[in-house]
Ligand binder design. Structure first.
Ligand SMILES: [Zn+2]
Length: 288
């Protein structure tokens, strides 16, 4: 009787120890020997080491940690917040704490091994998407589930997982992920900004084209979703502008080619399937 009771507690402890452990390579035999609380403790320590809040006090100043906790409440560190369901913002590699990584990078830059993240660093890493419209705007609803938003839009910087530096855009500004992407409007055919709730809504909106890329890994083949980028509001406007500019440059080039080489006019050429604009000028093979 007593023995059975002890065994039950042990199973519970094992389950608890495993519940947060992301590494499936944990030795089952070791786990099964867990009568000792040390092993359970080790499992729990490993579980908490893989979460965002592992060592914030060492990584950040107290004020920065306070700010961090406020921002985390908005969900930007939630797993899958910005898309791939298993990906935590800042934590591309689940084996390391990226705050430590970023701090190590800054400490290295400053030549100070004790450099901690301060409030400005936390704000640079993530925070509110100040470029976005007010989330309480009555007409503004999620473009996936069509429900209103109950919290402000957020953004998160992309951190290079090898050294903790921030990824940047071509103009040198920090590359932020946000809750916006762009889709073609059914009504006008123009690219427009669309926005979604963090998590599943954003993921599904970014997967609107249902594009899949064939990936072969360790002999297995699978199809990886090719997602539209998750951008801040400013980021999505810049993307739309850049795509429109590219298209108009192409048209201009085509027009000038048309003038020089008597190609078909743009409007006429464009009525064909995309990718076949120049088909009439590609030499046809005997098979036609
Ligand atoms: Zn939604």
């Amino acid at each position: 009787m007593a023995k059975q009771k002890i065994r039950q507690v042990t199973d519970e402890q094992i389950a608890q120890a495993f519940s947060g452990v992301s590494d499936t390579s944990v030795d089952q035999a070791v786990a099964e020997r867990t009568g000792s609380d040390d092993k359970v403790g080790a499992g729990q320590a490993e579980a908490s080491a893989s979460t965002a809040t592992a060592k914030p006090q060492q990584d950040m100043t107290p004020a920065a940690h306070q700010r961090y906790l406020e921002l985390v409440k908005l969900g930007m560190r939630r797993t899958g917040a910005f898309g791939p369901r298993n990906e935590e913002p800042f934590q591309r590699n689940p084996r390391h704490n990226d705050f430590s990584l970023r701090r190590a990078y800054l400490a290295d830059q400053a030549g100070d091994p004790n450099r901690q993240l301060d409030v400005a660093d936390v704000d640079e890493l993530f925070g509110l998407d100040e470029s976005a419209p007010d989330h309480t705007t009555p007409t503004l609803v999620c473009d996936y589930c069509e429900r209103p938003f109950d919290q402000p839009f957020v953004r998160a910087a992309r951190v290079y997982w090898k050294n903790g530096s921030l990824m940047t855009n071509r103009d040198g500004s920090v590359d932020y992920r946000g809750q916006y992407t762009s889709l073609k409007s059914k009504a006008t055919g123009q690219l427009v900004p669309v926005v979604a709730h963090l998590g599943d809504c954003l993921y599904k909106l970014r997967d609107a084209n249902h594009e899949r890329e064939k990936v072969e890994k360790n002999g297995a083949v699978y199809f990886k979703p090719v997602l539209l980028p998750a951008l801040t509001y400013a980021g999505v406007l810049a993307r739309i502008a850049s795509i429109e500019e590219k298209v108009s440059t192409q048209h201009a080039r085509q027009d000038s080619l048309g003038e020089r080489f008597a190609l078909k006019g743009r409007d006429e050429a464009n009525t064909g399937e995309s990718g076949k604009r120049y088909s009439s000028h590609i030499p046809t093979t005997p098979r036609g």
